[in-house]
Design a protein around this ligand. Structure first.
Ligand code: FES
Ligand code: FES
Length: 156
């Protein structure tokens, strides 16, 4: 089938999409956007998180056909042109990125959290990011990154 959707503000089309294919597969393999990661493909790890019509979803659990005519924003679309978004910058600066496999999902989930709650507490951050698993950082540096991003975004 042919899939039409908007990704990171651009109208995109993918041909030959199989009905059982995931949105994650389409983004990575058909549209050349490898930022969203495929770590579990079962909705368990959050590494494939994207916005679908403004709602945070695991793109591995969304059938490609469900995304027809929708608006998708991936980690690539969070950046402001060539400039990293404050959430992206602070993950790098605080050491919240180690192997980096979980990072794209955490960036999108943090962006979503700070859009709803500009100054979250540790507990609120932990709750909001509970669906994003990281095997490297022990999460402390991720908390630091989120707080620092909140500070910078508040100051902007
Ligand atoms: S790859 Fe989608 S939740 Fe893990
Ligand atoms: S940085 Fe390696 S899984 Fe999070």
């Amino acid at each position: 089938m042919r899939l039409n959707l908007t990704v990171n503000g651009e109208r995109r089309q993918a041909d030959g999409v199989w009905e059982g294919e995931s949105l994650l597969y389409v983004l990575r393999e058909r549209l050349g956007l490898p930022g969203s990661k495929n770590a579990c493909e079962q909705g368990e790890c959050g590494s494939c998180s994207v916005y679908l019509d403004g709602v945070l979803v695991c793109s591995c659990l969304v059938l490609a056909g469900q995304a027809e005519d929708s608006e998708v924003v991936t980690v690539e679309g969070i950046a402001e042109g060539d400039k990293m978004h404050p959430v992206q910058e602070t993950f790098v600066e605080t050491g919240g990125v180690q192997c980096g496999f979980c990072t794209p999902g955490l960036i999108v989930a943090t962006h979503d959290l700070l859009g709803r709650n500009p100054r979250p507490t540790d507990a609120e951050i932990r709750e909001a990011l509970a669906g994003n698993l990281c095997r490297c950082t022990g999460y402390e540096k991720i908390l630091d990154a989120v707080h620092l991003a909140a500070e910078r975004m508040g100051a902007a």
